[in-house]
Design a protein around this ligand. Sequence first.
Ligand SMILES: Cc1cc2nc3c(=O)[nH]c(=O)nc-3n(C[C@H](O)[C@H](O)[C@H](O)COP(=O)(O)O)c2cc1C
Length: 346
Amino acid sequence: MSESFKDFENRKKDHIRLALHDSTQGLVKSGFNQIRLIHQALPEINFSDVSLTVSLLGSEFASPHFVSSMTAGHEDSLQINLRLARAAQKKNWLMGVGSQRRELTDDTAAAEWKKIKLEFPDLKLVSNIGISELIQQPLEKILLLVENLGSVGIFVHLNSLQEVFQNKDEAIFAGGLKAIENLVKKSTVPVLVKEVGFGISKEITEKLFAIGVKVVDVTGNGGTHWGQIEASRSHEDSTLENAINAFHDWGNSAIDCLLDLQEQVLFHQVWASGGIRNGVDSAKCLALGARAVGVAQPLMKAAMVSEAEVIKVMELFDFQLKTAMFCMGIRKYEDFLHKKVWYVAK
Ligand SMILES: Cc1cc2nc3c(=O)[nH]c(=O)nc-3n(C[C@H](O)[C@H](O)[C@H](O)COP(=O)(O)O)c2cc1C
């Protein structure tokens, strides 16, 4: 039976509460520690020479950082999304919106985004829908999500582990690649594919690029653990709470994914997210060829406080990244593709 709107709202609220809790964060630590960036004692550039400006999805942004897709469709989300949107517009970051699933069955759900679009006409947003909905819903409805939002792209999120712990009967994934291919054929904007924190392998990445997907965001582990979040919600089912313990280090980190994709990063837009907790993490991803880096939980935490707090976090991440680039002698992010500035720690 499909869940009621009340249950949907409660689930979304639980997600935020649990995503801010330590028990769902950083359950694996290995990913980022294994990469060392090479310090250039004589960088031969000035700090002011370093530019974070990037071109993504046909637009210019002030930073390769972007707001990773987060929550929508419940009573508190308008305020949260307004804070994120205001900050993203001010700092000129790209912003992914949370799943637009509710808009598929509730016409009023799009109103939240209409308000945001009206207030921030220049803000560049990326739509978001889960693979299960993409498989099961008529394509016309999915295409409308882009139209309603006026977005510059659409993220399809892959979340097999999360779905099992949320409701295993709704873990509908058969036919996923074909559904993405159909979306690519009909979409007027680029199709992007992300995970929610367990990584996307080289094999799947190659298949996605082969059918015309424009961006693969590898979304690795080490940050928010969506299996743990769903298991923590299932108080009445201790089997799930026990079962999740075996999955604490499931999946691959963004770093492991990027190490596997060293050929693909030269020719394709590979983005990274999952466990990005400071601008040095971002520098490591860019050094390994990612063209953009997504941040979720730290921005949600800040958005629960104020817009000023979100801006503070964005400025901190950008400053750390710029400092790391300066200390590596990197002027702009494209230079990462031509200069190897990292090694795997022994
Ligand atoms: C509160 C919250 C809500 C989220 N909702 C969505 C969503 O609707 N769609 C989606 O693709 N990912 C969603 N995510 C996943 C993030 O986009 C991201 O992939 C994941 O949390 C890993 O990044 P992090 O370690 O920086 O949190 C959400 C994350 C958070 C923290």
